[in-house]
Design a protein. Structure first.
Length: 162
């Protein structure tokens, strides 16, 4: 089974010349967690993840969750998000190319479902971008791959059509 059958191909993408603030509006309007960045020819340049923006405004929180095993008992004591300072807000006017992830792990559309699950599990990611010959082709989530696996398990590997 290859991921081409299971990936989403109707993606919301962004131009490299938009600002982080414009990207935030896309995140809010389209309810996506990753915004692939492509040029006018469809070449994949990188991606801006919602987590990347959150990390800029809440760096101490992300440092804290790296040691979560020791803190689970008092999770309700983490407090609320404080208002961002001027330095943090300055990111809003930057181009997304200044803050996006440019060196992401991607796979081709001919990657196997099991290979994609292996990559995603190893990197602890929920979404994997599919790039073939430098062009963004789609995105596959761990849920998509789980559904593919269940079809395989049920003896129906070719049920999904794209």
């Amino acid at each position: 089974m290859i991921i081409k059958k299971w990936m989403k191909t109707d993606l919301i993408t962004a131009s490299p010349d938009i600002t982080v603030n414009e990207a935030i509006n896309i995140f809010l309007e389209k309810k996506v967690g990753v915004l692939p960045v492509t040029d006018q020819d469809g070449a994949f340049l990188g991606a801006l993840h919602l987590k990347c923006i959150m990390r800029r405004f809440m760096p101490s929180y992300f440092e804290l969750i790296n040691n979560i095993e020791h803190l689970v008992e008092s999770i309700e004591d983490y407090g609320e998000i404080e208002s961002p300072d001027a330095e943090s807000k300055s990111i809003l006017n930057k181009k997304i190319t200044d803050v996006m992830d440019k060196s992401l792990t991607t796979v081709s559309e001919n990657c196997s479902v099991f290979g994609a699950v292996t990559v995603m599990s190893h990197l602890n990611i929920q979404d994997l971008l599919i790039v073939t010959d430098g062009k963004l082709k789609g995105l596959v989530s761990m849920v998509d791959l789980g559904v593919a696996f269940l079809h395989w398990l049920a003896g129906e590997p070719d049920e999904q059509e794209n």
